[in-house]
Design a protein. Sequence first.
Length: 272
Amino acid sequence: MLESIGKPIIIATYPRSGTHLTIDLLRKQFQECKSWKFLGETKNNLYLDIDPILMSPPLSERDRKLALHCLSRSQRPLVKTHGSIPWLQSYNGWVEELVNGSDIFYVFRDGRKSLCSLHVFMKNYDPAARCSISEFVRQEVNGVSRPRIWANHVLNWIDRPNVRALKFEDIIKNPRQAITDIGQILGLTPLYVEPILPTSVKSRWQGLLATFTQTQPESTNHTPEEKPAKWTEEWTYEDRKFFHEQAGDLLIRLGYESSDRWTREDNCHSKP
């Protein structure tokens, strides 16, 4: 399948961890990643989102052809996934070929911020998420808490020898250095177009307008993101303690914390 296209670049993330920002950054700053779409065509065609395909087995020849059509729109096509490595590798054939034949970046973000953002995002479609942040953080999926799901997802990716880990906060803080480093890894020369970071969608109408009037919109997001709660202001002592018990070791490993000091009651704006 990959013989007729350039080497894909997989952008893997836990949800709400900088997925579209990273995709759009590469599309903006590397000529080889500049994909296109037809006028009126959804912006999802600017990259290949592999997850919906894998969630609707069996994988068909039509799936393969549609994926190939999307991947052929740039010299170095971009692939998006929120899945895990074992999940992706459980599919043989062209999916396995795609994963094994791609450059892979995993973008991670402070799990506390990711969960706050995920909470706001999921409220739009999941009634179970229409609860307090304290309840949301404690919800379980298949018997696993949300903080632990985040930690498991990150660990599943960053410990793989063929995966390059990118820290979301470093991309935001120093995007020029980020694209320089990415360019060196990929053997590509950045364009250094200012502003370095892609411009986000300001309104739903702006997103729709780009869909119908642009073949290469700067943002792949469809609607502006609602500002999530700040964990530093809204998490109670008990919330912090719970997250630390579930995933505090990873926060320390990734450099977001150096100890459990952040969980102490005297550091909380919001009290239990």
